[in-house]
Design a protein around this ligand. Structure first.
Ligand code: KIV
Ligand code: NA
Length: 270
């Protein structure tokens, strides 16, 4: 198997094949997800909740992200995995300036990431442009952006209503123009993410709680395995229930995304 690359993801999309993404935070689970056929592994700052027991992603440091990114990429290397690895730039590591963002992104790239992800629209476009110009692939993240949960007033659906939808669309187009080659859409109306996916021909949309009309899907690994400290968000399916093993559950997720049965329309009421 050839390593997953951006051209390969573009080719998948052109052929109508859904892109699968899952979070992983350590060597073993990264290797299992890879072996189960997941194309993209996200070292998400959700590790703050999943691994560190924090209440939000706000407390995750750049050093912690680098530590987990190294673990994931070592695991993939040992297992001869092929997944494309995306690492989250944590809160406070990119907001100050484009230069700060580049320094932080370099730490994650040197830890083995192939791409970095950052949250927000508008003010982030020049930062994305700065990183992409310097050879760092960037995944953007709009809709519910957990690093700004306190400003958003909670973990709630975003992009509702004409004004919010128009702003989100404007930000998405700006991010594509700035060179973002992927865009996570979290908890946005299914219709909005589907129409954005049609418009963003050079930027692959990856949905979470955003309906089935995106180019790909992402879930938090522990959520889809049914092991987490809180209540699962409404859009998550527990793939472990009908699977005999972790690898089987991840294979079922990959298959369900590819054949369009996940996400089910009933999994998002917005
Ligand atoms: O940190 C994370 O796991 C994420 C995904 C939920 C998209 O950003
Ligand atoms: Na994240």
């Amino acid at each position: 198997r050839k390593p997953i690359s951006l051209p390969r993801l573009t080719q998948m999309r052109a052929e109508g094949e859904k892109i699968t993404m899952l979070t992983a935070y350590d060597a073993t689970f990264a290797a299992v997800a890879d072996a189960a056929g997941v194309e993209c592994i996200l070292v998400g700052d959700s590790l703050g909740m999943v691994c560190q027991g924090l209440h939000s992603t706000v407390g995750v440091s750049l050093q912690t992200m680098a530590y987990h990114t190294e673990s994931v990429t070592r695991g993939l290397h040992r297992a001869q995995g092929t997944a494309w690895v995306i690492a989250d730039l944590p809160y406070g590591s990119y907001q100050e300036s484009r230069e700060q963002a580049l320094r932080s992104a370099s730490v994650l790239m040197q830890a083995g990431a192939h791409m970095v992800k950052l949250e927000g629209g508008g003010w982030t476009a020049p930062t994305v442009d700065f990183l992409v110009e310097r050879g760092i692939p960037v995944c953007a993240h709009l809709g519910l952006t957990p690093q700004t949960v306190h400003a958003l007033g909670g973990y709630r659906v975003q992009g509702r209503g004409d004004a919010q939808a128009a702003e989100l669309r404007h930000h998405a187009l700006q991010l594509q123009d700035a060179g973002a080659s992927m865009l996570v859409l979290e908890m946005v109306p299914a219709q909005l993410s589907a129409s954005l996916t049609q418009e963003l021909t050079h930027c692959h949309t990856i949905g979470i709680g955003a309906g089935k009309g995106t180019a790909g899907q992402v879930l938090v690994l522990h959520d889809m395995l049914g092991v987490n400290l809180g209540k699962n968000p409404k859009f998550v399916h527990d793939f472990m229930q009908d699977a005999g093993s972790v690898k089987g559950a991840i294979e079922a997720y990959v298959q369900a995304v590819k054949n369009g049965s996940f996400p089910d329309d009933a999994l998002h009421a917005w």
